[in-house]
Design a protein around this ligand. Structure first.
Ligand SMILES: C[S@@+](CC[C@H](N)C(=O)[O-])C[C@H]1O[C@@H](n2cnc3c(N)ncnc32)[C@H](O)[C@@H]1O
Length: 625
């Protein structure tokens, strides 16, 4: 095997290899050097790579130098290293999308979906700070490297979205992988998608690695995709590339199954030796040093001052646009991004009732609202398809408002009841159960179990997912809401999420697409019923599937003659799809008329706006006669 080419980074690799991997002094020095590297203000590929743990301290270790290890994958087996992915669809789904969008457009969208949007969007908590103040403090809170990225591409306030700050990113950048000396790691699809959004590679995400990798080595990182129609990867997890075993696997499935040539996403530094990669259960396995996409990282900074939120979600909240004092229902609220955006737009005046299906999700919404100082949000564990309180069921069992706190169930229940104009029975303590389609509060056993889980999570240093629920102990209840309870309803429906980016594979079948659309109609029926005459309903999804979007708008308009589409502001998306789509069984799916299509917003991920795929429709219910 020839030595790696003599570039700045290949010589670095040689230096790194002179350090024995298991020497604790060296390991500590490596970590220190890595931290220094992370704090380095320089951002060029050269300086980042040169900043890997290659100090004199390392190379003067008292341990004898390890013998140089040759790159593991023979040159003829080394793939080309490029980045040009496209999302893969189930064939039937691809057929329907092509019929609706056109083959050329779908190809463009498929390429865009496989990349992350370049811009990061933050929603500033205007209850606590201002856009200007955040723009001033953010670089100080970032790592110097991220701050330097930000300085090169300054953040700005979005001209149309209140409280929105855009942090521009760049990419895809060509990367010279010569310095890796042929060493590589293959990561699973989800890990790869996370890396494209700025994560490092965690050990469970590793699929296959070159032989002979030592901690500190630079490696080319690529993504392995699942085999068509299967959850399995081409290489079994733990495969060592360049071995006979790997060659046998390639022979068995064919080279195409192992093709990752267009899925290289950057250069990283191994944090473990090859033999340790598949023994460890957690932790960072590869620290990414050079990425195909460069975006300044700001997750977890300045807690409570801003939230990462995509542009389309902010548009949705603003399109709903409830004024202060309004009574709003967010039917599918977790994790709470739009709920809190709406409450913020209302200047924390009025009431926002938020539902989600599980205690943990409702608790999460409550927690986020609290951390943003938004007291008008009341989060309930509630199946929104069962939230309509028809008069005969007025005394049915209650749903649970999570985290109502020490004020106690009765008080909080009364509070929810008053605002809703429900019968007095709604606020009274009611026998709990699952009958009447309303959810149970957690039993004492469940609460004890949750407490144990919370403690275990705390010990492991993980986020206390259930702790708000555990702490609450006492919960407010509501049995649901009578018809015409809300001025504004948001139905940000669970969907097939075919618009999320980056995604390299969508496994959903056509049947799942249809089932999801049907489920959304159940939610929309309740949404329409709970809306007051003259009230506004916003329906949104993060999918490009016309059946869930225009198809469901068509259904709603045909089913509820008192509902009509109305214009939206702001308008950043494109018009929706009009006409019909022929489904694989030969049936026709009706979409919108031209004039209806002009009223909805469809966000095309391949359009210059560079958002996720998203859809928004806004309806008005006819005023009472
Ligand atoms: C698209 S996500 C909502 C995102 C949220 N609106 C936001 O902006 O942060 C859909 C949510 O609907 C919830 N969901 C699904 N079915 C539901 C139901 N029947 N009732 C209430 N929530 C439901 C899911 O748990 C999921 O959290």
């Amino acid at each position: 095997m020839p030595p790696p080419p003599a570039t700045h980074c290949s010589s670095s690799v040689v230096l790194a290899r002179q350090t024995p991997p298991n020497n604790p002094v060296s390991a500590a020095a490596r970590i220190a050097a890595a931290r220094t590297a992370e704090r380095s203000p320089t951002i060029s590929a050269a300086s980042r790579l040169a900043a890997t743990p290659l100090t004199g301290e390392l190379t003067t270790s008292v341990e004898p130098a390890a013998p140089a290890v040759v790159p593991a994958v023979p040159p003829h087996e080394q793939p080309q290293r490029t980045f040009a992915p496209k999302v893969c669809w189930e064939p039937e789904v691809q057929g329907v999308l092509e019929a609706a969008l056109g083959a050329e457009k779908l190809a463009e969208i498929s390429a865009a979906l496989a990349r992350p949007p370049l811009a990061t969007c933050l929603r500033v908590n205007t209850m606590r700070t201002t856009v200007e103040d955040l723009l001033r403090r953010l670089p100080e809170a970032m790592t110097p490297e991220d701050a330097a990225l930000l300085e090169a591409n300054p953040a700005y306030q979005h001209p149309l979205l209140a409280g929105a700050v855009i942090l521009p990113g760049t990419g895809p950048h060509p990367i010279d992988y010569a310095c890796t000396g042929g060493r590589e790691v293959i990561v699973g699809r989800k890990a790869g998608e996370a890396v494209m959004r700025g994560a490092h590679v965690f050990v469970p995400g590793l699929q296959a690695v070159s032989q002979g990798i030592l901690a500190g080595d630079l490696v080319a990182v690529s993504i392995g995709l699942e085999l068509p129609g299967s959850q399995r990867y081409a290489f079994t997890r733990g495969t060592v590339l360049g071995t006979e075993n790997a060659a046998r696997q390639v022979e068995k499935l064919g080279a195409a199954a192992h093709d990752r040539s267009h899925l290289f996403i950057g250069i990283g530094r191994a944090e473990l030796n090859r033999t340790e990669f598949f023994q460890e259960r957690g932790g960072v396995g590869i620290t990414m040093l050079e990425r195909v996409f460069r975006t300044p990282g700001c997750g977890g900074l300045l807690p409570g001052d801003f939230m990462l939120q995509n542009v389309c979600s902010l548009v949705t909240a603003q399109v709903l646009g409830p004024p202060p004092g309004a009574r709003v229902l967010d039917m599918c609220a977790a994790p709470g991004g739009k709920t809190t955006a709406i409450a913020q737009l209302m200047n924390n005046q009025g009431e926002v009732i938020a539902f989600d299906r599980t205690h943990a999700k409702a608790a999460g919404v409550r927690r986020i609202a609290e951390s943003f100082g938004l007291s008008i949000v009341k989060a309930y564990k509630m199946d929104a398809t069962k939230a309509l309180l028809e008069p005969p069921a007025a005394a049915a069992e209650p749903a649970v408002a999570v985290g109502a706190g020490a004020a106690g169930a009765a008080a909080a229940g009364a509070e929810a009841g008053e605002g809703a104009g429900e019968p007095a029975a709604a606020a009274a303590p009611v026998k709990l159960g699952r009958r009447g389609g309303v959810s149970l509060p957690p039993s004492a056993t469940t609460l004890r179990r949750l407490e144990r889980v919370a403690q275990a999570r705390e010990l492991r240093g993980q986020a206390p997912i259930s702790s708000a629920l555990v702490a609450a102990g006492q919960e407010a209840v509501t049995p649901g809401f009578p018809p015409a309870s809300f001025d504004y309803v948001l139905c940000d429906a669970p969907c097939t999420a075919l618009g999320l980016r980056p995604r390299l594979l969508h496994r959903q079948s056509l049947r799942e697409l249809e089932q999801t659309a049907t489920y959304q109609r159940k939610l929309l029926r309740v949404a329409v019923a709970l809306l007051k005459p003259g009230g506004h309903l916003v329906f949104s999804t993060c999918t490009i599937n016309p059946g869930e979007n225009e198809g469901n708008v068509r259904w709603l308009l045909d089913t509820f003659p008192d509902m009509r589409l109305i214009p939206q502001s702001p308008r950043l998306g494109l018009p929706g799809l009009s006409g019909t789509v022929t489904l694989p069984d030969g049936s026709l799916q009706q979409l919108l008329s031209e004039s209806e299509a002009a009223l909805v917003q469809r966000f095309d991920p391949s359009a210059p706006l560079d958002t996720i795929g998203f859809f928004i429709a806004k309806f008005e219910k006819a005023a009472a006669a």
